[in-house]
Design a protein around this ligand. Sequence first.
Ligand SMILES: Cc1cc2nc3c(=O)[nH]c(=O)nc-3n(C[C@H](O)[C@H](O)[C@H](O)COP(=O)(O)OP(=O)(O)OC[C@H]3O[C@@H](n4cnc5c(N)ncnc54)[C@H](O)[C@@H]3O)c2cc1C
Length: 298
Amino acid sequence: MEEKSEVLMRELIFNHGFVELVDVLGSDQSIVNAARTSYDKGTKKVSSTRQLMRYLLRHNHSGPFEFGVCVFRIRCPLFVARQWFRHRTASYNEISLRYSEAQEEFYIPHHEWITTQDRRNRQARTQNEIDNAQRIQKMLQDDANLLLEHYNYYLDTGVAREIARINLPLSLYTTFAFKMDIRNLLHFLTLRTDPHAQFEIRQYALIMEKMVEKYFPLVIEAWRDYQKNALNFSKPELIILKEILQENLDIKKKVHDYIEKNQNSIRLAKLEQVEFMDKIRLLLDEELDLNYLGKGNQ
Ligand SMILES: Cc1cc2nc3c(=O)[nH]c(=O)nc-3n(C[C@H](O)[C@H](O)[C@H](O)COP(=O)(O)OP(=O)(O)OC[C@H]3O[C@@H](n4cnc5c(N)ncnc54)[C@H](O)[C@@H]3O)c2cc1C
């Protein structure tokens, strides 16, 4: 009897795609346990687990995040898979068109997604639908159908599958298994949920983000706060900011007073408040008081 593999979560995407979460190893707790290098599960309060998780992510203590793993099964167009497979820190296994025959499934974008070339970002498209989008959509479908017809003809005349497939388009769907630890998965999600990533792979990554959140809620919360929705400034940008902030002499006091006044509404733990004030001091070229270092595992 054929064994049916279990699927923890499944979401359909585009005309023939899907994201399936098929296996999960570990949890928020196992990541934090790895950081504590102990396995005394249940002896710490949830709040301290959350704080340690946030500390780890904030300070790029990335090793413990390798103690969680997710396995997905993905069905996506070949052009999405090509971008996906650049992420080398995953394990993959993909359907073989040497072994099986291609299915009649091509990605045909919604006409609203057939937009013009972005002039500023040469790698991107705009959100402006092109005038004849519906006609182009039909041409994409016709082209795919023609290539598929030829493919089937090659197979019917006895051409080997590995040769018959060579002209199939990038819009053809492929299926693969994808395994990644949470450390590298966060990196994948950072790059592929970013608006700079191509729209199609971004939709896959956004579904995966939701699925990972279900099993690793504290990881995703911390990642959103310290990576996904955080900003890095370059040195030249900081020089500009420093000059402007240094003119505003009471900036340190203003930030301090704001924190004091809004203790209940700001989402900064005590240690983060100290770290934030240190960033302000750095912007003002002041010496840092590093006494709090080492008190991080709270
Ligand atoms: C918006 C966008 C545009 C892109 N455009 C292009 C493009 O035009 N052309 C193109 O070729 N690619 C392009 N890429 C792919 C990109 O260059 C990366 O290959 C891809 O995002 C995988 O990232 P990664 O290497 O960090 O991930 P992974 O391969 O998962 O690696 C994760 C981390 O492990 C480490 N690592 C892995 N392998 C090595 C190694 N061999 N040596 C040292 N450290 C290693 C690195 O720290 C790396 O960041 C693009 C990606 C994005 C998000």
